[in-house]
Design a binder for this molecule. Structure first.
Ligand code: N01
Length: 502
């Protein structure tokens, strides 16, 4: 087994007792991995090795390359607080611009020197007080701290539809876009009408010969107030860093006080969002019959609210067909719906979402006394404050289960989680601790109070089904204001943790 260069293990009990650098492993070099590297370095924790399965940084923004890919959170806020960019081209950036931003931050902060690219991790085993990390190729390394930065939505969910494999044309998931296929002159089918599908449909409708959109459930949608930034405005942003900071906080405040409030029981905000969505539908879709098909029968914000202006005009085109009969099967020629119709297709796009309960899985994670993470979760991932799990000491998660996700910037959440982890490392250092893990009682009390609070959210009461809901049938989300979460991350309560000296 190998160990980090900087660490002298000879005779040392553990890093905090011997006043050495902790050896930190981070799994994943996406947005949260980059945030962790930069902030840990800034806090003086520099012995960091990042294991990245692919050959580039970027995570979800590297993997998703579908037409129309953009971020429905304004970029002035969807940015690292330590690297506010002046020259975004649009208020809502396109995927390639965000990927370029992540790569430039990685370069500016000399992040890549920590990363082992093309090195997926197979297993993590806690061998008190260290973690043994095994890569897919069988190499083994020892670390003091492990941070999972794998993101939430990275395992494509393929629909369980009979005959999926028998389709004779080109078929691919939205997160595995096949750029070799020219859509011009083709009959293209898109299964799904979530955030991803709406961006794709808006982008490809003009190019395809005919576009068939298979909708199982209509989604609520507000328009995206997109603008292209003027060069003079961006020059001003470059000259005045406080202006960038003001813009960051402006969007943060607006979004946290609108969308987030609506989901956690603010009836007024809920009503406003519903009204804005209905007006969008009325304005953008002239055909009353089509409008009816596109009108959801559950509460707005129950599923993730879609922010998109291109979808309704695209489905209103004469060469686009919204199919609302459920899919019975897929055949070599196309999709057969329950009314018996066969919808012939050349290309089939599966915009059917992701497995949102995997997080770091299928990497096997074994904690104290052989505790197995997958068995522990059993399809219903739970964590303490979304970052830690009892019996898994010194194992931290960024964007872990039951955290605040939704219509706001995950970068802000991640940065606060990194700060929280740094507080834990500082505590280990000052108190010479071998390990920290949440107390089972704290974890259970926290999750129980979340379970009660979730009953007041629209995710629970809104009458929909979504990826927010796990195998237990309960939304796997933070049920209070994200602002409360950010505050809690800034003020760790160490009494919730076992502080382990040996
Ligand atoms: O996936 P989804 P997504 N037969 O799970 C349908 C983030 N994101 O990739 O609604 C027929 O939301 C399913 O139908 P239904 C964002 O967090 C962010 O679109 O379940 N249909 C649904 O319509 C988002 O929430 C941005 O009835 C089937 C669709 O597939 C998350 O990614 C942009 C089916 C899946 O929708 C996931 O969005 C894009 C079946 N068997 C995405 N199975 C930003 O801008 C599934 N469906 C930041």
């Amino acid at each position: 087994m190998q160990t980090s260069n900087q660490h002298d293990t000879q005779g040392a009990a553990h890093w905090a007792a011997s006043q050495q650098q902790p050896r930190i492993a981070i799994i994943g070099a996406g947005m949260s991995g980059i945030a962790a590297i930069v902030k840990l370095n800034q806090a003086g924790y520099t012995d960091i090795t990042v294991y990245e399965k692919s050959s580039r940084v970027g995570g979800t923004w590297r993997e998703n390359t579908y037409p129309g890919l953009s971020c429905d959170i304004p970029s002035r806020w969807y940015s690292f607080s330590f690297a506010l960019k002046a020259d975004w081209s649009h208020r809502y950036s396109y995927g390639h611009d965000i990927q370029a931003y992540l790569e430039s931050v990685a370069q500016d902060f000399d992040v890549n020197r920590h990363i082992r690219f093309n090195t997926p991790v197979r297993a993590l085993v806690y061998e008190k007080p260290h973690w043994r990390l095994t890569t897919h190729s069988g190499e083994e390394f020892e670390f003091d701290i492990v941070i999972s930065a794998t993101g939430v939505l990275h395992h494509p969910a393929y629909p369980a539809i009979d005959g999926l494999e028998s389709f004779a044309g080109a078929r691919f998931h939205s997160a595995r876009w096949n750029h070799d296929i020219d859509l011009a002159g083709k009959r293209v089918g898109v299964i799904g009408t979530g955030s991803t599908a709406c961006q794709i449909v808006g982008a490809i409708a003009e190019e395809t010969e005919e576009l068939l959109v298979f909708q199982r459930t209509p989604h609520w949608m507000i328009p995206m107030p997109q603008i292209e930034y003027r060069k003079t405005w961006n020059r001003l942003m470059a000259l005045l860093p406080p202006l960038r900071r003001m813009a960051y906080h402006f969007y943060k405040r607006i979004i946290l006080h609108t969308f987030s409030e609506a989901t956690i029981g603010n009836a007024r905000m809920q009503k406003l969002i519903t009204r804005a969505c209905l007006k969008h539908l009325q304005d953008a879709v002239p055909d009353a019959q089509l409008r009816e098909k596109l009108t959801p029968d559950y509460a707005a914000t129950c599923k993730r609210l879609i922010v998109c202006s291109d979808y309704y005009p695209a489905v209103s085109r004469p060469d686009t067909h919204l199919i609302t009969d459920n899919i019975r099967s897929i055949e070599s020629e196309g999709v057969r719906t329950v009314d018996g119709a066969l919808h012939k297709l050349d290309v089939l796009v599966l915009a059917t979402g992701f497995d949102a309960s995997a997080f770091i899985l299928p990497t096997t994670v074994t904690g104290e006394n052989g505790a197995d993470l997958e068995q522990r979760w059993q399809g219903s991932p739970r964590a303490h404050r979304a970052v830690a799990i009892p019996d898994f000491p010194n194992f931290w998660m960024l964007e872990g289960p039951t955290g605040p996700v939704g219509n706001f910037s995950l970068i802000t959440i991640t940065e606060h989680q990194v700060d929280y982890i740094i507080s834990m490392l500082d505590k280990m250092k000052s108190d010479h601790l071998a390990a920290i893990a949440p107390k089972r009682a704290s974890f259970e009390a926290y999750n129980q109070s979340m379970g009660e609070a979730i009953k007041h959210t629209t995710w629970y009461t809104g009458g929909c089904d979504s990826w927010y809901i796990d195998d237990s049938g309960i939304p796997n989300l933070y049920p209070w204001s994200p602002l409360r979460y950010l505050k809690d991350m800034r003020n760790p309560d160490f009494s919730e943790y076992r502080l382990i000296h040996q």
